[in-house]
Design a protein around this ligand. Structure first.
Ligand SMILES: N=c1c2ncn([C@@H]3O[C@H](COP(=O)(O)OP(=O)(O)OP(=O)(O)O)[C@@H](O)[C@H]3O)c2ncn1[C@@H]1O[C@H](COP(=O)(O)O)[C@@H](O)[C@H]1O
Length: 109
């Protein structure tokens, strides 16, 4: 991990390590202890907060809310047992076609 940059892979490792500590010493652990629904709720809240910041906030607020969202997403992925690498693989799979092509290939309901 670089001194002044934390990547999503770093965050995945940090969350996994903090999950092993005491809830009194770690927000991560205390959030995980509240269960999947609470972790998911936080992702939803942070998603709304960055959307609001993008429309009416400053660039600094967007950066801050993006960091909150990515951190809480890392906690949710940990809680669900989903490795970041699975998300990377899904992103890689999608590079074979454009978003418009993918949408057009979806079954119609
Ligand atoms: N990146 C983050 C990070 N971003 C946001 N937060 C915390 O997320 C919380 C969000 O606050 P909110 O007011 O939205 O939520 P809340 O009031 O605590 O919860 P509810 O009322 O919704 O239940 C704050 O306590 C923030 O400090 C984070 N907590 C931890 N990290 C990373 O995780 C590492 C380990 O943290 P601990 O697990 O606390 O040791 C830290 O060193 C950071 O690298």
């Amino acid at each position: 991990m670089s001194e002044d940059r934390v990547t999503l892979a770093d965050l995945e490792r940090i969350v996994a390590a903090r999950a092993q500590t005491d809830a009194g010493a770690s927000y991560t652990r205390s959030l995980l202890d509240k269960g999947i629904a609470k972790c998911a709720q936080k992702v939803g809240e942070e998603g709304v907060e960055i959307a609001l910041a993008a429309v009416g906030g400053s660039t600094m607020e967007v950066v801050s809310e993006a960091a909150d969202l990515l951190y809480h997403l890392a906690v949710l992925l940990h809680a669900k047992g989903v490795p970041l690498d699975d998300v990377h693989a899904e992103l890689a799979r999608r590079t074979s076609q454009s978003g418009h092509q993918e949408k057009a290939s979806r079954p119609r309901s």
